[in-house]
Each structure stands twice: as structure tokens, then as C-alpha cells.
Design a protein around this ligand. Structure first.
Ligand code: 3HC
Length: 297
């Protein structure tokens, strides 16, 4: 039987909130760390909104919704993670933040067997391991957005990750969270993003070349390839800043042109047009734009 009952999630953005929800719905005690006390309300609201959606769509009974909410608590102090048995870091894709978080987790998490996971989509796992005295316990646990819906977790062991850590993490995400796992090496992009990101970047280059409109490129991939979303809808869902960060990481590792971020992507990120989470990306999600997405770029 799995011994993990107390989980810590670092960050309560799109992915952190999704992770907290999936863990709470699996019956675990979840402690979510936000960057400062003022961020608790926004984090909780994100969680409540997603639980409400699940209840509305008939995926969650009202009583289970309440129970899940009761299992989640918040803190702005990572020292409260002392008793956690499995931690998933889902903070911003910024090197200094991630290194700080792992160095702190190493000091505060008391259980030497605890797994320290990261949901990073672009940062080498070995670098996170190296700022701790327990690199064997550090592993990439890469979930997909929306976490509540998509079944995959990429498990990414660094050259120092112990096999026991990978086995424990795999048993936890499959047996307790009900996800499915693929194991991948600690290389930029892992499996999914190494294939997905060049496709998304190609769509931006195609749009910049004037070959077709945003809406038609999305329509083509939905109707022609049965993708649930077109590339621009998907970039907006992932977040333009995240796509840029992964692109830079892939380009930094492989120096291949098709991984390099197109200028339009960089300009939009500079302008704060980050996609759905900021209200506007390639499409406009502002209430005034109506219920359907309106091309904004
Ligand atoms: N809890 C449980 N289930 C939920 C839910 C929730 N909070 N919210 C929605 N669902 C369920 C719905 O009930 C529905 O299930 P059903 O088909 O059994 O009825 C299903 O999820 C789809 O939801 P909706 O009907 O509301 O919405 P759509 O049909 O429009 O689908 C989508 C939306 C799930 C986002 C779909 O378009 C999709 O899968 N898109 C692709 C997303 C994708 O590729 N993500 C990966 C991004 S890459 C990544 O994350 C890696 C990172 O490193 C970049």
C-alpha cells in the first residue's frame, strides 16, 4: 500500500492549482505554498472554480467537492512543508526561483525518503538535484494542462535520481492519482514538448509569413487532424511565456533553428499577452470579447 498521505504543492498557478485539485480529489492531505500571503485568495479561487466546473460537468459529487476543498490548505512559508512525504514544485519557469525552492525543500522536509518532484517543462532536473543534499530523491514529474483532464505524467530521472525514487513516484502517480506514466531522460523538452513545441513555433512562423489566418490554421489542424485544439488555442492554454521558456531551453540545448523562439512570440510575451491566463494571447478572452475566442494577435 502507498504510504504517501501528505503532499506539498509549490505554486498555485494554472498547474499548481490543477495538481492540488488532483491530489485532494485522490483523498490526500494537500498543502499548497504560494509566494506571499496575499496570493492565497487567488490560489483558492482558482481551485474552487475548477472544482465547480468538475461538479457542473458531473465529474464530481457535491459532497466530494466539499471534501476535496477541506483537504487543501495554504501557506506562504515553505518551512510548513516539514512533514510532507511527496512534494511537487510548480512555480514559475525561472531558474533562480526553482533553485531557491529546492535548496529550501532540502532543508525543511524532514522525511529522508520524501520524493521531491518538479513539474518543470524546461529546466534540467540535475540542476534542481544538485542544490540539495539528496539529488537521488529529486525527479521530474511533468503533468499536462489541464491536469484534471489529461492522463499523462512524464517521469524524468536525472543521472543522480535513484531508481527507488522513480518507482515510488510511478506507483504514486498511477496508483493514487490515477495517471499514466512515460519515463524519459533528463533532456530538454522530455518527450512531449520536444515534439510539440517545434509544431507550435512552426504555426507562429506560418502565421507571420501571412500564409493563413490564425483562425484558419487552428481550424485546419482541428478538422484535418482531429486535434482537440488548434496550435494557437493550445499556445494560449499553455501560456506564451511557458512556450517561450521551453523554446529557449530546447534551442539552448540543441542549437537547432526550429526550436528558436519566433520574434512575434517574444514581443507578445514582452507585452504581457500571455494567453488565457492573462486574458489575451493570440485570442482575446476578455468578457467583452464574448463567449467565443476572438483573434487578437
Ligand atoms: N475535472 C474533471 N474533468 C473535467 C474538468 C475538471 N475540472 N474540467 C473539464 N473536465 C472534463 C469534461 O467533463 C470533459 O469530459 P467528457 O469528455 O468526459 O465530458 C473533458 O474534460 C473536456 O472538457 P470540456 O468538454 O469542458 O472542454 P473541451 O471538450 O472543449 O476540451 C480541453 C478542453 C480538455 C482543454 C481539450 O481541448 C484538450 O484536451 N486540449 C488539448 C490540451 C493539450 O494538448 N494540453 C497539453 C498542453 S502541453 C503541456 O501541458 C505541457 C507543458 O509543459 C507545456
Amino acid at each position: 500500500m502507498n504510504r504517501i498521505r501528505r503532499v506539498g504543492v509549490v505554486g498555485c498557478g494554472v498547474m499548481g492549482a490543477g495538481l492540488a485539485e488532483v491530489c485532494a480529489r485522490a483523498g490526500l492531505d494537500v498543502l499548497v505554498a504560494v509566494s506571499r500571503p496575499g496570493r492565497v485568495a487567488a490560489g483558492r479561487e482558482r481551485l474552487v472554480r475548477s472544482l465547480d466546473t468538475a461538479a457542473r460537468k458531473g465529474k464530481l459529487a457535491e459532497a466530494d467537492r466539499e471534501a476535496a476543498l477541506r483537504r487543501v490548505s495554504f501557506t506562504a512559508d515553505l518551512r510548513d512543508f516539514a512533514d510532507r512525504q511527496f512534494v511537487i514544485e510548480a512555480g514559475p519557469e525561472r531558474e533562480s526561483v526553482k533553485l531557491d525552492v529546492f535548496a529550501t525543500l532540502d532543508k525543511v522536509v524532514e522525511d529522508e525518503q520524501a520524493v521531491l518532484g518538479s513539474n518543470t517543462s524546461s529546466f534540467p532536473i540535475i540542476q534542481l538535484g544538485r542544490v540539495t543534499d539528496r539529488p537521488g530523491k529529486v525527479i521530474g514529474t511533468h503533468f499536462f494542462n489541464p491536469v484534471t483532464v489529461l492522463p499523462l505524467v512524464e517521469l524524468v530521472g536525472s543521472v543522480l535520481t535513484e531508481e527507488e525514487t522513480a518507482t515510488t513516484a510511478e506507483a504514486f502517480v498511477t496508483g493514487v492519482l490515477g495517471k499514466q506514466v512515460v519515463r524519459t531522460k533528463d533532456r530538454s523538452g522530455f518527450v512531449v514538448n520536444a515534439l510539440l513545441i517545434p509544431y507550435l513555433l512552426s504555426a507562429i512562423r506560418m502565421y507571420e509569413s501571412g500564409m493563413a489566418s490564425l483562425a484558419d490554421i487552428d481550424k485546419a489542424m482541428k478538422l484535418g487532424c482531429a486535434h482537440p485544439m488548434g496550435p494557437f488555442g493550445l499556445i494560449d492554454l499553455i501560456g506564451l511565456d511557458i512556450v517561450e521558456a521551453i523554446s529557449e531551453s530546447l534551442y539552448g540545448e540543441y542549437r537547432e533553428q526550429h526550436y528558436s523562439p519566433p520574434p512575434l512570440l517574444a514581443r507578445m510575451v514582452s507585452a504581457g499577452l500571455l494567453g488565457k491566463k492573462s486574458g489575451r494571447g493570440f485570442y482575446d478572452y476578455a468578457p467583452a470579447a464574448g463567449t467565443t475566442m476572438k483573434a487578437a494577435a
